[in-house]
Write a protein that binds this ligand. Structure first.
Ligand code: SAM
Length: 347
């Protein structure tokens, strides 16, 4: 390569390191996903400072690669090792021990069990525009396929809680709940969002609306927090039925599941169900308006290609525009943390 072909990166010669790291990133990703599947962090939370043999035996692993597996997790910053004994890091102890309420591994469990394999046909999805999950080849609709099996239903609902509990806490803190009395989370899954709002605001009641099979997991999750007297489940289909009425309606990870016509229909139905002055909160990994900053939001949109027939993620400007078309008079976008933002529309 001649000198004029070299990009001027702060006087340093270019290296392929970042390219290779990204390209081979699935090695690290799958190592973590298998560790979550095997319960490495839960075992070490119960019995910290196990040596390699004891840890291997507890996990039922073959001797051949166990040490490489544990030490790779050390090198990836997911375990600590001292004098040959392994323990969780501060983060994995808090977030990847299944026994703790702070566990976020639900999303990783679902990624491991379902998405990891389905993403293997991303190229085909990009070429055909066709869904690549259980519904591939004209099978059942995504939610029908998942909910036909109780274990998959529970795994999916747990994954939703893992990706939504943090956003729920941020929305509990950022939104002026003092001005409102009732909230219904539309497409609530286990109800992670209303639980966080109700925990933070004693005066708020309401609940969640979702397809009927979600009722038992919603009730169990709400009961875990002792909120059964304030949060109730309403079963229904948000396309076929009117939406329940409340001062505030929330749609988290709902709009991105659907094509533009369905997105517009859901926003219109939310508008119709709200009183004057009521609010709709939409939250997702909302893409920055310039579509170059929020990589997670853009990858989430590719995940919608894998998972749905017409879904896609969208920018804050897109969502404000659709809300205004539905009739909302004020709209605003607020960043919540990490890749997540909310769009608020006031009727
Ligand atoms: C991606 S999940 C989001 C769950 C939750 N809002 C969250 O962010 O954690 C989408 C939810 O929409 C629900 N859903 C899908 N189709 C529905 C329909 N036609 N009527 C009501 N809910 C539906 C699903 O059951 C699921 O709980």
């Amino acid at each position: 390569m001649t000198e004029e072909h070299l990009p001027a990166t702060a006087g340093q010669p270019p290296t392929p390191e970042a390219i290779m790291q990204l390209g081979m990133g699935y090695w690290a990703s799958k190592t973590l996903l298998s560790a979550v599947e095997l319960g490495v962090f839960t075992v070490l939370a119960e019995a910290p400072d196990l040596d390699g043999d004891a840890l291997r035996e507890k996990l039922g692993l073959h001797a051949r690669s166990a040490t490489d597996f544990f030490d790779a997790l050390v090198a990836l910053g997911m375990l600590e090792r001292e004098d040959g004994r392994y323990r969780n890091t501060q983060d994995t102890e808090l977030f990847l021990d299944r026994a703790k309420p702070t566990y976020v591994g639900g999303m990783l469990e679902m990624s491991n069990a379902r998405l990891y394999g389905f993403w293997g046909s991303l190229t085909e999805g990009l070429q055909t525009g066709e869904v690549q999950n259980e519904a591939k080849g004209g099978g059942e609709d995504f939610f029908a396929a998942i909910y036909a099996d109780q274990d998959r239903l529970a795994q999916f609902a747990g994954a939703m809680t893992a990706i939504s509990a943090g956003a729920g806490q941020a929305i509990a803190a950022a939104f002026p709940w003092g001005d409102y009395k009732t909230v219904i989370d539309i497409g609530c899954a286990e109800g992670a969002l209303p639980v966080q709002i109700a925990l933070a605001h004693d005066h708020i009641s309401g609940g969640g609306f979702d397809l009927p099979p979600l009722e038992p997991v919603f009730d169990a999750h709400v009961a875990r927090f002792g909120l059964g007297d304030r949060l109730r489940f309403t079963g229904g289909d948000f396309f076929a039925d009117p939406l329940p009425e409340a001062d505030v309606l929330v749609m988290g990870h709902i709009l991105h599941d659907w094509g533009l016509d369905e997105k517009r229909l859901l926003l219109k139905k939310a508008y119709d169900a709200l009183p004057d002055g009521g609010a709709l909160i939409v939250y997702d990994a909302i893409i920055d308006d310039d579509r170059r900053g929020n990589a997670f939001g853009l990858l989430m949109s590719l995940n919608m290609l894998i998972e749905t027939t017409g879904g896609f993620d969208y920018t804050g400007a897109d969502c404000c525009g659709w809300m205004q078309e539905a009739g909302f008079r004020d709209t605003r976008v607020e960043h919540l943390g990490g890749p997540d933002s909310m769009v608020v529309g006031i009727k």
